[in-house]
Design a protein around this ligand. Structure first.
Ligand SMILES: Nc1nc2c(c(=O)[nH]1)N[C@H]1C(S)=C(S)[C@@H](COP(=O)(O)O)O[C@H]1N2
Ligand SMILES: [Mo]
Length: 184
């Protein structure tokens, strides 16, 4: 009987980490909040989540990702150029669509917010149809905080309705927060 109990306990200990999605080592660089099915952290905490608080962003549901978590997703490498840039750049990272799948996003709009509060939003249908990369490296080099990193939302011109070849305004750099707005 004791052996059965021990075996059950061992099985439980093996299965336990599967109940909450694991988070890879390193600091969290990106947090997805809002209309999501999967979470791996608690709700907004005014003492810890100071940048969210400063930007008046509070949340119940959240999924936090480290750079290693982003690196563990399938990587997309894409060359992107805008007519007002010195030249095209090659960036890599997971797609925004892959991150939306990971967190079980259920909404219709996604807001991509940067540390300076800059926060363009996109239709999730357009994100899924296009190539929106949460770039973590450019030319094989990790993107720096102080530059466009650590996470830069990069996508080619024409990715959303009406986007012109010189309009790179949606390419938010230093992204730390993705908020899914519930569908109507
Ligand atoms: N975090 C952040 N990302 C941003 C912006 C910003 O103000 N903050 N400006 C956007 C705009 S309006 C443009 S045109 C492009 C390039 O602008 P920049 O070279 O001034 O960053 O970055 C976009 N990404
Ligand atoms: Mo701009």
């Amino acid at each position: 009987m004791r052996r059965v109990a021990l075996a059950l306990l061992a099985a439980l200990l093996v299965l336990l980490p599967l109940s909450a999605p694991a988070r890879a080592a390193g600091p969290v660089v990106l947090t997805v909040t809002g209309a999501i099915d999967n979470t791996n952290r608690g709700p907004f905490d005014p003492f810890s989540d100071v940048l969210f608080g400063t930007l008046q962003e509070t949340f119940e549901k959240a999924y936090a990702l480290t750079l290693d978590d982003l690196a563990a997703l399938p990587q997309k490498t894409v060359e992107i150029g805008y007519s007002n840039w010195p030249g095209p750049v090659t960036v890599s990272g997971p797609t925004l669509a892959a991150v939306l799948d990971l967190v079980g996003a259920t909404g219709s709009e996604v807001l991509v917010q940067a540390v300076d509060g800059y926060a363009p939003s996109f239709k999730i249908a357009e994100v899924r149809a296009g190539t929106f990369v949460l770039a973590t490296s450019q030319g094989g080099k990790p993107l720096a905080l102080g530059g466009r990193g650590p996470v830069w939302l990069a996508f080619p011109a024409g990715s959303y309705e009406g986007q012109t070849a010189d309009d790179d305004s949606g390419l938010a750099w230093a992204v730390f927060h993705i908020k899914i707005a519930a569908g109507e």
